[in-house]
Design a protein around this ligand. Structure first.
Ligand code: GLC
Ligand code: GLC
Length: 816
């Protein structure tokens, strides 16, 4: 069942009912100011850091789930309603919420009145714009009163929901009813002391009233759906002092039949060097706020900013696009998958409707992987991110697992010890250099743990990353796992019996026995890239040494990491096998990660293990909804394995379909020339293909979710944790670079489609290093065998040399 439809020309998903199975959200902003907005206008805004600089309040675990957002109450001759349906829930004659690229447009109609709200964050601004158009569709004149509503958060989102003894006394606001460009409310809590920032909520017209005190506006015993002021039809001009500051303007609109009126509301963040407008420190300096409101004083200004945003996205998405016979494939590749890559790049795993924005900052491994799907969009930002991430590395090559976006400092609470982290940095840097050719990044001075004075060239960070794995191997010559590798839930040194301990940060045992075959696969995969980087750096001996280490690791995997039919997952603290046919009944016998990664690395391709491992995946892990992480699921808690065995069977890392690793298997299938199977796996989890089963899948049909319940779960097929997942970038890598098969390599653009007959013909346009490549592909089979003709001349192999900036290269490809 569907709850809306894709509008491919507009690049929107148009939701046509408020009653989706779960709030379906969008992200506004892609630089400094961000908003989450659901199809019912729920969500919140923040500046850079969802924990430390939260502008508006949102309550997770609420009832109903999505209560709280930016609302516009309409009082139409005593009839009170909200065009977003929530919170008033009055029946609407028409409802539509269109999520587009960086904007959302919500339209509600009732009794001859139509109200459309366009929400977006303009480029270069630290503000959310709400452009509201009210239209009288009846044949009588209407006098309508509009009441806007935002609830301010007291900045630190964690403190905001825990420290009431202080917080209920600190709220402060200022109101400017005759502000230079309309009416404005300033949220100035804590500005009197250490903050140099405040929020402003303005509307570009004279308001006939305002409220800033929540209890006055809503009524102390009311829910938001019963807010008192909109019902009574008159603002009370309340000025908050402590308690719960809000922002609300009353705007009265009189409309002849057919007439429309457009208003612009601005919710902005302002940071001041000069805090005060007077010597007595009584008057907040509002200059920047006024300037901001002045930039959106007219509808023309607002429309121009919106157009600029649309142009921006059109440009971004022109870097990689496909036209094929499969409209679902095209909409995933051309629009939604790339869009999700932008969002994960911006948010890492911090703020979504499943991540509260206070728990996790930017993940070291997460952000490096996010880069893989983002780097082609805005390489300059990828560059900056690489430097930020590398700056949280330690001198021994290990790394902070997370850092806060505001301070860019490593997070001490979670610390380090995830032994896959260092290698992901090499993956991120390799992808960046292949995209841009910018080898100079290797010479950038980058500190360790952000310590001034500790700077070394970025290249040296990569040397230490590589060396970290070399230096930390266990009894079988395989990498030590540390706290955990990519699978945060395989905690082999944790040994926790205490429910109050975090699996992520507890290590009750120390030892150098628990080893990871997954990290070994990663090392073999990324090692050759590292060797290439060494060559670019003029260090051929280091490249030779690296290749020798890789070969050694490959032997260790085949000798000690092969289980007969598939790759082992790990050795535990006691040296016992994890993910082996020999594991006792009730334990998992096979886990997905090493199957995908070892084959991606090419291990066992020549000698047959690779094919066997992928056949085992098909037989034991594949389901109608995607590939599960492990099988059978762990039935009981295993103290020696940790969190993986804590989840009920079929969920999360215990035999859920953990979508992040499915593309590894897709790519692996292309490595052994089985493009048809790769595409079959692709379609199982790509959201556009799941639109028709939205009632089962439940999360947004335009973005990937982290996890879909696996075959052992009662709610098989149901997804959770949409948006912020490495699934976004890895699926884009899989489909664009390996199935459609176009990717920048060190010496040119690789053209090697491997997708099979189901997509018999397609054209990819790829811009890279200033040149444009038009690649027309006829695909008669999925073995990865190709014949290329470049500008009319046949060439050998799969690499098309990089062309001069400004030029266009025409490539004909026969893939069989
Ligand atoms: C989450 C984490 C990621 C981890 C994965 C598997 O998605 O963000 O870092 O690799 O879970 O546990
Ligand atoms: C839990 C989750 C895992 C996530 C981790 C982050 O272990 O199962 O997916 O990566 O928490 O801290």
């Amino acid at each position: 069942m569907r709850y809306g439809h894709f509008d491919d020309d507009a690049r929107e998903y148009v939701i046509t009912t408020p009653h989706t199975p779960y709030p379906w959200i969008n992200y506004l902003g892609s630089e400094q100011f961000f908003s989450l907005v659901s199809h019912q206008a729920g969500g919140y805004s923040f500046y850079r850091d969802a924990k430390m600089r939260r502008l508006t309040r949102y309550r997770y675990n609420n009832i109903p789930a999505d209560a709280g957002g930016r609302y516009l109450y309409v009082n139409d001759g005593g009839d009170v309603w909200t065009p977003s349906w929530l919170p008033v829930k009055a029946d609407l004659d028409h409802f539509e919420a269109a999520h587009g690229l960086g904007y959302t447009r919500i339209t509600g109609q009732r009794r001859g009145l139509s109200v459309e709200t366009l929400l977006f964050v303009p480029l270069g601004e630290t503000a959310e714009i709400q452009r509201v158009t009210v239209t009288n569709t009846s044949d009588a004149t209407k006098a309508v009163k509009l009441f806007s509503f935002v609830e301010f958060c007291l900045w630190n989102a964690q403190d905001d929901q825990t420290n009431y003894q202080r917080n209920l006394s600190i709220g402060e606001v200022e109101v400017e009813q005759d502000s230079p460009f309309g009416s404005a409310i300033f949220h100035t809590t804590e500005y009197r002391e250490r903050r140099d920032h405040y929020a402003v909520f303005g509307v570009n017209t004279a308001a006939s009233g305002f409220d800033t005190d929540r209890d006055t506006f809503v009524g102390a015993y009311n829910g938001l759906g019963e807010a008192a002021v909109p019902r009574s039809g008159a603002s009370r001009n309340s000025v908050a002092s402590g308690w719960y500051p809000i922002g609300s303007h009353q705007v009265d609109v009189s409309l002849a039949p057919g007439e429309s009126r457009t208003l612009t509301y601005v919710l902005g963040y302002v940071e001041n060097e000069d805090k005060w407008a007077d010597d007595a420190h009584q008057v907040v300096n509002k200059e920047k706020a006024h300037a901001l409101l002045g930039r959106f004083a007219t509808t023309e200004q607002t429309d121009a900013a919106f157009q600029a945003l649309k142009d921006h996205w059109r440009r971004l998405l022109s870097t990689y696009s496909v036209r094929s016979t499969d409209e679902k494939l095209d909409r995933m590749v051309n629009v939604w998958n790339q869009y999700q890559c932008m969002v994960t790049f911006n948010m890492s795993r911090s703020a979504s409707f499943f991540e509260t924005g206070i728990g996790r900052g930017m993940g070291f491994r997460d952000s490096n992987q996010d880069l893989l799907g983002f780097v082609h969009l805005i390489p300059e930002r990828a560059r900056e991110r690489i430097i930020d991430i590398a700056s949280t590395q330690f001198a021994d090559g290990s790394a902070y697992h997370q850092y806060q976006p505001l301070t860019k400092r490593g997070n001490n609470d979670i610390g380090s010890g995830f032994n896959d982290d260092p290698l992901w940095l090499i993956a991120g840097v390799a992808a960046y250099i292949k995209e841009t050719g910018d080898v100079a990044i290797l010479d950038e001075p980058v500190p360790f743990d952000n310590e001034p004075g500790s700077e070394v060239p970025l290249f040296e960070h990569l040397v230490r990353s590589f060396q970290f794995t070399v230096d930390n191997r266990g009894p079988h010559g395989l990498p030590l796992i540390g706290r955990a590798d990519w699978n945060d839930c395989l905690n082999l040194n944790c040994f926790s019996e205490d429910p109050n301990e975090s699996f992520q940060t507890t290590g009750n045992r120390t030892g150098r026995t628990a080893e990871s075959v997954f990290i070994a696969g990663m090392f073999v995969h990324i090692g050759p890239e590292y060797a290439k980087i060494c060559e670019y750096k003029g260090q051929p001996e280091e490249a030779t040494r690296a290749r020798a280490e890789v070969a050694k690791m490959e032997r260790a995997v085949l000798e000690h990491g092969w289980d007969g039919e598939w790759f082992l997952r790990a050795y535990d603290f006691f040296g016992n096998k994890v993910g082996s046919k020999d594991c006792p009944e009730g334990d998992s016998k096979i886990l997905i990660e090493p199957q995908g990664y070892c084959v991606m690395a090419g291990i066992g391709v020549a000698t047959g293990e690779a094919k066997k491992a992928l056949d085992a995946v098909k037989e034991r892990l594949d389901t109608p909804y995607g590939i599960v992480l492990n099988n059978p699921p762990y039935r009981e808690y295993h103290v020696e394995l940790g969190e993986i065995s804590s989840y009920p069977p079929g969920y999360k890392e215990n035999a859920g379909i953990f979508c992040h690793n499915n593309p590894w298997v897709m790519i692996a299938e292309t490595v052994i020339g089985r493009g048809e199977r790769a595409f079959e796996y692709y379609k199982k989890i790509a959201p556009a293909y799941l639109e028709d089963i939205s009632e089962i899948h439940r999360t947004e049909p335009y973005v990937y979710s982290q996890m879909i319940a696996g075959k052992d779960a009662p709610r098989q097929g149901e997804a959770k944790n949409s948006w912020l997942t490495g699934t976004g970038s890895w699926n884009f890598v899989a489909i664009s670079q390996h199935l459609l098969g176009i990717r920048p390599e060190w010496d040119g653009l690789c053209v090697k489609p491997c997708i099979g007959k189901e997509v018999p013909e397609f054209t990819v346009t790829r811009k890279c290093r200033g040149a444009t490549y038009r690649i027309h592909v006829k695909s008669s089979g999925g073995t990865g065998t190709v014949k290329l003709t470049v500008d009319g001349k046949p060439i050998d192999g799969t690499i098309v040399p990089f062309a001069k900036p400004g030029s266009t290269v025409h490539i004909e490809c026969e893939a069989s």
